[in-house]
Design a protein around this ligand. Structure first.
Ligand code: DSN
Length: 429
């Protein structure tokens, strides 16, 4: 007989703090029974979860391996060195091996560390507008990046809905930003990293790529690498990379010192060594043939999902996808992103509303819906299930005001999820 979630995780917590335990257990059940289509989410392995739940959380280790400001760091040094070496192996391109810093607590803090290393307050940064697929931390006025620096936003072209490289170059030459950023949270096409580097070189500034969404695809070789074009690459570790919730930074060796000292002591104090252990485990998993197969399936599922939606007369922004996500424009379906998100939620399908390029609705309402394949592909769902999922989403959106339709879809989702449990508890028996 296999263990259950309760048996594995309840020994101490359920006795000492039943309130917190119950909430965690309910969240596990929610994850198990819902179809996760938020493009930035995934299910990490139990090995990663074990590493994160370890005694490494007790240890202060400010500094870098071999150069710490605390005693007793001999074993956490081993862990951090393993993480750095595995990341180097994973993201080396030909002879180019990046310098790696695995201490950023998150993608947002990885980006802040780069800004701290390279910019002064008031400097201009050239990055994609949030409503065209960019990210909050690349100069949005509500974020530190937009308050302390001057954003110069570029957009996608109206015709193709892909990044307008002519506009990127024109803005670079006119505005002379101190940093060029290629990085996206709702962009389904492959950015032209080489062209970005040429533009950065033309104005003599560094190119930063934030590959948070696509890093697992890059690791598996199913998406072009930003290296060696980018001077600096930031990423989260929990999206397509399928690791713990965290971040890391890689760079050309000549930026190493600046980046390392921006992370610590510039921005952070003690690194989260238990999370760095989780990152080490994840990097090892990402080096395997199984992970390559997984990443290939993520993209196949995404392309198939896009084609099936188009057959049902949905407009897919940019006409399709090359990665793990797509954005639907719901304008011709007489619904909004907000309404779609709410009705899918009622049907146990989790996705998020998203602005589309040249959006006419408010960012709170939006015309778009962002859908991702990374999480359900981890459960083992493939092309037949994608067909089922597209049918269920269409049914829910068409019946959005009919409780009986939504509860019917919810039942079908529960049945689908029960065929693909998140964790194989039997592996622990
Ligand atoms: N908020 C994340 C996303 O959903 O894309 C990115 O940080």
């Amino acid at each position: 007989m296999g263990y259950s979630h309760e048996e594995l995780f309840s020994k101490h917590l359920s006795q000492k703090d039943p309130e917190v335990f119950q909430a965690i257990h309910k969240e596990f059940n929610r994850q198990d029974k819902h179809l996760e289509m938020i493009a930035s989410e995934n299910y990490t392995s139990l090995a990663v979860i074990e590493a994160m739940g370890s005694v490494l959380t007790n240890k202060y280790a400010e500094g870098l391996p071999g150069k710490r400001y605390y005693g007793g760091c001999e074993y956490v040094d081993v862990v951090e060195n393993i993480a750095r070496e595995r990341a180097k192996k994973l993201f080396a391109v030909g002879d180019f091996v990046p310098h790696v810093n695995v201490q950023s607590h998150s993608g947002a803090q990885a980006n802040q560390a780069v800004f701290l290393a390279l910019l002064n307050p008031g400097d201009k940064i050239l990055a994609c507008s949030l409503s065209h697929g960019g990210h909050l931390t690349h100069g949005s006025p509500v974020n530190l990046s937009g308050k302390w620096f001057k954003p110069v936003p570029y957009e996608v072209s109206k015709e193709t809905e892909t990044i307008d490289m002519n506009q990127v170059r024109e803005l670079a030459l006119k505005e002379r930003p101190k940093l060029v950023i290629a990085g996206y949270s709702a962009y389904s096409r492959v950015p032209d990293f080489k062209a970005f580097r040429e533009i950065a070189d033309e104005i003599g500034v560094p190119l930063m790529v934030d590959m948070a969404h696509i890093s697992g695809l890059v690791a598996a070789g199913v998406h072009p690498s930003p290296f060696p074009h980018a001077h600096i690459v930031t990423s989260t570790t929990h999206k397509t990379l399928r690791g713990p919730r965290s971040g890391f930074i890689m760079c050309h060796p000549d930026f190493a010192k600046k980046i390392d000292s921006a992370v610590f002591p510039g921005l952070q104090g003690g690194p989260l060594m238990h999370v760095i252990a989780g990152k080490a485990v994840m990097f090892q998993e990402a080096l395997t043939a199984d992970f390559k197969e997984y990443a290939q399936a993520v993209v196949e599922n995404s392309k198939s999902m896009s084609n099936l939606f188009k057959k049902l007369d949905y407009r897919v922004v940019s006409g399709g996808t090359d990665n793990h996500l797509l954005v639907l424009d719901l304008t011709n379906k007489s619904t909004t992103g907000k309404e779609a998100e709410t009705c899918l939620d009622a049907a146990a399908i989790n996705a998020n509303r998203n602005t589309i390029p040249f959006e006419t609705q408010s960012p709170f309402v939006t015309s778009g819906l962002r859908l991702g394949t990374a999480a359900f592909t981890t459960r083992g769902m493939g092309l037949p299930e994608v067909e089922e999922i597209v049918g269920l989403i269409d049914k829910a959106l068409l019946g959005k005001k009919d409780e009986s339709v939504l509860s019917g879809v919810r039942k079908e989702v529960a049945e689908l999820c029960s065929r693909f449990p998140i964790y194989d508890w039997k592996a622990f028996s």
